[in-house]
Design a protein around this ligand. Structure first.
Ligand code: URA
Length: 237
C-alpha cells in the first residue's frame, strides 16, 4: 500500500505537491469514489482516476539517445507547434529531454522518464562533459584561442573548457571548425563563448555526452541505452 499522492507522482502525471492539490480539490477518484483528504493509501489493484482519466501506475523507465536534427525543439511540447524531440521517438512513456540543444543545434541528446537520473545529469555541480563541434565565422587568432582555453567570462561567470582544439581552417571561406568540451549546461553557452570573441557560430553539433557518442546514428535516428550504459551514467554520481 502506498500513499495516493505518491502513486500519482510516480506515474509521471504531476508532482507530489500538485497531486495533493488535485486530491484536496476533489478531482481524484479511487475505484469510482471521490477522495478529498490526504493520507489515503492505495494498492496495485486500485483504479485511480483524475478528472476521469485513468492513471497508469509507475512507468517503466526508458532511456533514449537521439541524433537531433536541425529545426527541432528540445522540449515535450511547443506553443508554436514546432517539431519536438519527443515526437521523434516512438514510445508512449512520458519522456523528456535531459537538458537542451538549441533549435538549430544538431547532435546527441538524451531523453528519459527517469527524473532522478535527469536531475543528476543536469545539475551543474556534477560536471558531465559534453563535446561540441562548432563551425565559426572567421578564424580564431592564437590569442583568442588562448583566451577561450584559459577561461572566458560569460554573463558574469567564467567558463573553462575541459578541452579545445581546431579541427579545420578554411582560409578561402574564412571559417573554422573548432572542437570544444565543457562541463556546464547554461543555455547557448558555446555560441556565447565564441561570440565573446566576436565569432558567430554558423553550425553547432554535440558529438558526445559523458562517455556516450553518436556512433553510426544518422540525423533523426535514435537508440535505447543499454542497461550497462544507464548504470554507468548513474555511476558518474
Ligand atoms: N551551446 C549552445 O550555444 N547551443 C546549444 O545548443 C548547446 C550548447
Amino acid at each position: 500500500m502506498e500513499r495516493l499522492q505518491k502513486v500519482i507522482a510516480n506515474s509521471g502525471y504531476t508532482s507530489r505537491r500538485k497531486a495533493e492539490e488535485l486530491i484536496k480539490s476533489g478531482k481524484v477518484k479511487i475505484n469510482g469514489e471521490t477522495i478529498t483528504t490526504l493520507g489515503v493509501k492505495v494498492s496495485n489493484g486500485d483504479l485511480i482516476e483524475i478528472d476521469g482519466e485513468k492513471i497508469e501506475k509507475e512507468e517503466k523507465k526508458e532511456y533514449y539517445l537521439l541524433n537531433k536534427p536541425r529545426g527541432v525543439i528540445s522540449s515535450v511540447s511547443d506553443e508554436k507547434n514546432r517539431k519536438t524531440v519527443t515526437s521523434l521517438i516512438d514510445t508512449d512513456a512520458r519522456i523528456y529531454p535531459i537538458g537542451r540543444l538549441d533549435y538549430d543545434t544538431t547532435g546527441l541528446i538524451l531523453l528519459t522518464n527517469d527524473g532522478e537520473l535527469a536531475n543528476f545529469l543536469m545539475h551543474p555541480k556534477n560536471n558531465v562533459e559534453k563535446t561540441y563541434v562548432a563551425k565559426i565565422e572567421g578564424i580564431l587568432s592564437p590569442s583568442e584561442f588562448y583566451t577561450i582555453k584559459k577561461g572566458i567570462v560569460v554573463n558574469g561567470r567564467k567558463v573553462i573548457p575541459t578541452h579545445i582544439k581546431t579541427r579545420k581552417t578554411d582560409l578561402e571561406k574564412n571559417t573554422q571548425i573548432v572542437e570544444i568540451s565543457i562541463v556546464e549546461g547554461r543555455n547557448h553557452i558555446v555560441k556565447k563563448i565564441f561570440e565573446a570573441m566576436h565569432h558567430d557560430v554558423i553550425k553547432l553539433k554535440r558529438e558526445s555526452y559523458a562517455f556516450l557518442t553518436l556512433g553510426s546514428l544518422k540525423s533523426g535516428e535514435y537508440r535505447e541505452l543499454s542497461v550497462k550504459e544507464v548504470k554507468k551514467l548513474y555511476n558518474l554520481k
